[in-house]
Design a protein around this ligand. Structure first.
Ligand SMILES: Cc1cc2nc3c(=O)[nH]c(=O)nc-3n(C[C@H](O)[C@H](O)[C@H](O)COP(=O)(O)O)c2cc1C
Length: 201
């Protein structure tokens, strides 16, 4: 198989914050295992929120033309996705949610345009989700995980692993936890091997 492709998405508005630092480690791990990783920083892109005009009903294509199409094509052409978002009001950041909502056009394509049976799942691609929040509550990640599971489902991706870290607030807080950084690095490596094992049988 050709070099496997992974897309890495920075969902935080903070360029060098906790999730960005963790994501960089995961990317390093994936690259050290031979993956071709493309990095996407959502705050640098122009992506409109979904306007619910359902232009996608015609052919499953979002009618709003902006940076979404480039991101969508990259994600759909990759074998893996690493998505990182902080907890904002118990869910993902707005940048991340705006991207997710635009993928409603893919949902429409699958189920309304192409009429794919709902139980026909392929799920051969794999994703890693990384998050950090300030507090230590037991339910800190519950809300976002529902959103994330459903998002990966629309992408036909298995949510292979989640790395969720509590009590990280100021942007360098994660640097006090080298074990988290190591965990992210290892996850990037293992994600690459897991995808490779799947595709190479
Ligand atoms: C708009 C906003 C909303 C937030 N909401 C929560 C929250 O609901 N729960 C929480 O524990 N932390 C919350 N936080 C804190 C962030 O999750 C925390 O600072 C995290 O480490 C930021 O990650 P980053 O550095 O990758 O952006 C919020 C921060 C912001 C700016």
């Amino acid at each position: 198989m050709e070099q496997l492709r992974i897309v890495a998405i920075y969902g935080s508005p903070r360029r060098n914050g906790n999730t960005a630092t963790l994501l960089k480690k995961a990317i390093e791990g994936a690259r050290d295992s031979g993956a071709d990783v493309e990095e996407i920083v959502l705050r640098d892109l122009k992506i409109s929120p979904c306007l619910e005009i359902y232009g996608c009903l015609e052919a499953g294509e979002c009618a709003i033309k902006d940076d979404f199409q480039v991101v969508r094509d990259k994600i759909l052409n990759a074998q893996g996705l690493i998505l990182a978002s902080p907890v904002f009001f118990y869910t993902v950041s707005s940048h991340t949610k705006i991207l997710m909502d635009r993928f409603q056009s893919l949902w429409v394509k699958k189920y309304w345009v192409d009429k794919t049976p709902p139980d026909q799942k392929t799920n051969h691609r794999k994703g890693l989700f990384i998050s950090a929040g300030a507090t230590k509550g037991k339910k800190l990640f519950d809300g976002m995980l529902l959103t994330i599971r459903y998002f990966f489902d629309v992408l036909d991706m298995e949510l292979w692993k989640t790395l969720l870290y509590r009590q990280l607030d100021f942007q360098d807080d994660v640097l006090k936890h080298p074990e988290y950084l190591q965990e992210a690095y290892t996850a990037g490596k293992e994600l690459t091997s897991a995808i490779e094992n799947y595709f190479n049988g």
